[in-house]
Design a protein around this ligand. Structure first.
Ligand code: CA
Ligand code: CA
Ligand code: CA
Length: 234
């Protein structure tokens, strides 16, 4: 009997129409189950969105940290690790004394210095200093820099014994003094290896100033002519 009913209904019903009898108990359960599945899907969707959002948040935080590091790096390289560097320290002109140094040279602590009257390339300047058995000046401490700042012509740039020989970012002193053992006095935004010039900027100099103050460092194109300062150990 049941078999017959099933068979006949199968023949008469259009495809898609379901005449399978569902027990009344099940009829109440089906919407509940569907509703539960829907809730579960919404729940999963919320979790996935939450995870994605927290990942995005973490990435944004990471980017922020990186940006701060870069900005700090810039500050460090321009202001340097030395607290004196970025300060504006003003001086009065000092009349230098010859002391025990040879004619035309001036004395400070245990060194003699020559301030050039002419402007030449960095290489030529170091060559000149070597003919006097010296080197371009090596700035060992702030006292030496401040002494020179008091006696130079403020409007001139002066080559110093600072050079980037091997690779970009690897500065060294011409006399072999460990670069990491001396304080840094880079001017704001320097060294910038300003790439407008074909040769880049791999030689150190003292920046010119309008007023007499502590002369800060700049990296410049080694092939340009500037005044220079030689140093010999007295
Ligand atoms: Ca020195
Ligand atoms: Ca450079
Ligand atoms: Ca520069």
């Amino acid at each position: 009997m049941e078999y017959h009913q099933f068979g006949s209904s199968d023949n008469s019903s259009p495809p898609g129409e379901n005449k399978i009898t569902i027990p009344p108990g099940m009829k109440r359960i089906v919407p509940f189950v569907l509703y539960s599945i829907l809730l579960l899907l919404v729940f999963i969707l919320l979790i996935v969105t939450g995870i994605k959002f927290s990942q995005l948040n973490k990435e944004i935080t990471d980017v922020k940290v990186q940006l701060e590091k870069i900005s700090d790096g810039r500050k460090t390289s321009s202001a340097s690790s030395d607290p004196n560097t970025a300060e504006e320290v003003y001086f009065k002109k000092l009349i230098p004394v010859r002391g025990t140094c040879r004619e035309g040279w001036v004395s400070f602590q245990r060194s003699c210095y020559l301030l050039s009257k002419t402007a030449v390339t960095w290489g030529k300047a170091e060559e000149q200093c070597q003919t006097h058995r010296g080197h371009l000046v090596v700035l060992n401490n702030v006292e030496e820099l401040d002494y020179l700042s008091k006696i130079v012509e403020v409007q001139h740039s002066y080559w110093i014994g600072l050079v980037e020989r091997a690779a970009e970012g690897h500065w060294s002193w011409v006399d072999g003094t460990d670069f990491n053992s001396t304080p840094l006095f880079w001017d704001k935004g320097q060294p910038d290896d300003w790439d407008l010039s074909e040769n880049g900027e791999d030689c150190g100099q003292l920046h010119p100033t309008a007023k007499r103050k502590r002369k800060l460092w700049n990296d410049a194109d080694c092939n340009l002519p500037y005044h220079y300062i030689c140093e010999t150990r007295g």
